[in-house]
Design a protein around this ligand. Structure first.
Ligand SMILES: [Zn+2]
Length: 341
């Protein structure tokens, strides 16, 4: 039996690190980690040792650190994310896949935007300065503290944030510093056309003819909801996903506010055009307007009546029987992974 004894984060190598199951025999093979820079995560034992001993095989672990910190700060997770280097482990995310998917494009503004989003979520009061330390560099997906300082200085230069003091005058730089968003910073954030990728909610716009529960359509749509969307929620590949469906039968003001709020707070929207209800098209339009990715689906027998506005879009066709829903589930899983991960 092995005991794990090490005080450095295997991802960022910082010392502000704690193994939460340090004194326990690792019967489950899970290593629960808490890092001052990356936040909380879980690895399996082989991954933990691989990260520590084979660092040369990873070039961009700072992206993983950035992503972990981001989901720790933003997402309302019930449990920390599980990481592996092996291809297929149920309920675990592959490290190399995360690094490839979360890599920011070359524009330094992408890093500055991450920093601004972090400050926004921390700013309970709008006049408040947010304390940062050199160990917080993952909030900007920076490689190290030096690159972090650069992004902070550039954000100050663009008047998007302001420091409590002029930290550039100190040499060496202090370990702790305080910044807050300026009005321009808030404005910049609100104009950013970034889909809500920090959300773990999928908005499902679909017809469910509640008023006629004996109808064949009600049965078919209900089967779809239960065999596809509720299954996605339980899928270990998406351990924290929530599928939100508005009741489309009653579109009064209260429900409209609720719908708008929930679309705005979703990572993507799935629009099932079956039945061609106005509400379903309307919600897809709202989501597009908010910059959310929209995935369209439609049952085969309704497909030919699809509105011409969406005729050019790649719609996932399916049949509402056991085999058809299995295929839809698989198709949607792949599409969601490409769209939001
Ligand atoms: Zn770390």
């Amino acid at each position: 039996m092995k005991y794990i004894d090490n005080t450095k984060c295997p991802i960022c190598l910082k010392n502000k690190f704690q193994l939460l199951n340090r004194d326990r025999r690792l019967s489950t093979g899970e290593v629960n980690c808490r890092c001052g820079s990356c936040g909380e995560y879980v690895t399996n034992e082989s991954t933990y040792y691989y990260l520590r001993n084979s660092r040369d095989s990873f070039t961009d672990l700072h992206i993983l650190a950035g992503y972990l910190r981001e989901i720790n700060e933003f997402k309302n997770y019930q449990a920390p994310i599980k990481l592996t280097i092996n291809d297929e482990v149920d309920g675990y995310y592959n490290i190399n896949e995360i690094i490839e998917r979360k890599r920011l494009s070359n524009d330094p503004f992408n890093h500055i935007n991450k920093l601004l989003q972090f400050l926004r979520i921390k700013s309970i009061r709008k006049d408040e300065y947010i304390k940062l330390t050199t160990d917080d560099y993952p909030v900007a997906y920076a490689r190290d503290k030096k690159e972090f300082y650069h992004f902070l200085d550039e954000a100050v230069g663009c008047k998007l944030v302001e420091g409590k003091l002029d930290y550039t005058k100190n040499s060496p730089r202090p370990e702790e510093f305080e910044y807050r968003l300026t009005l321009e910073g808030w404005e910049h954030l609100s104009e950013l056309d970034i889909p809500n990728s920090n959300s773990n909610q999928i908005f499902v716009a679909m017809w469910l003819p509640e008023k006629n529960k004996d109808s064949i359509w009600y049965q078919k749509m209900k089967m779809g909801w239960e065999n596809v969307y509720l299954k996605i929620e339980d899928d270990p590949d998406y351990p924290y996903t929530k599928c939100y469906r508005a009741d489309l039968e009653e579109h009064n003001n209260y429900i409209m506010n609720e719908i708008e709020y929930n679309i705005k707070n979703s990572a993507c929207l799935i629009s099932d055009l079956t039945g061609h209800r106005n509400g379903v098209y309307f919600e897809a339009g709202l989501a597009r307007g908010y910059g959310l990715p929209v995935i369209f689906t439609c049952q085969e027998e309704c497909f030919n009546d699809t509105h011409f506005d969406v005729a050019q879009i790649n719609i996932i066709k399916y049949t509402a029987d056991e085999q058809g829903l299995k295929e839809l589930y698989q198709n949607l899983k792949n599409r969601i992974k490409q769209t939001i991960f």
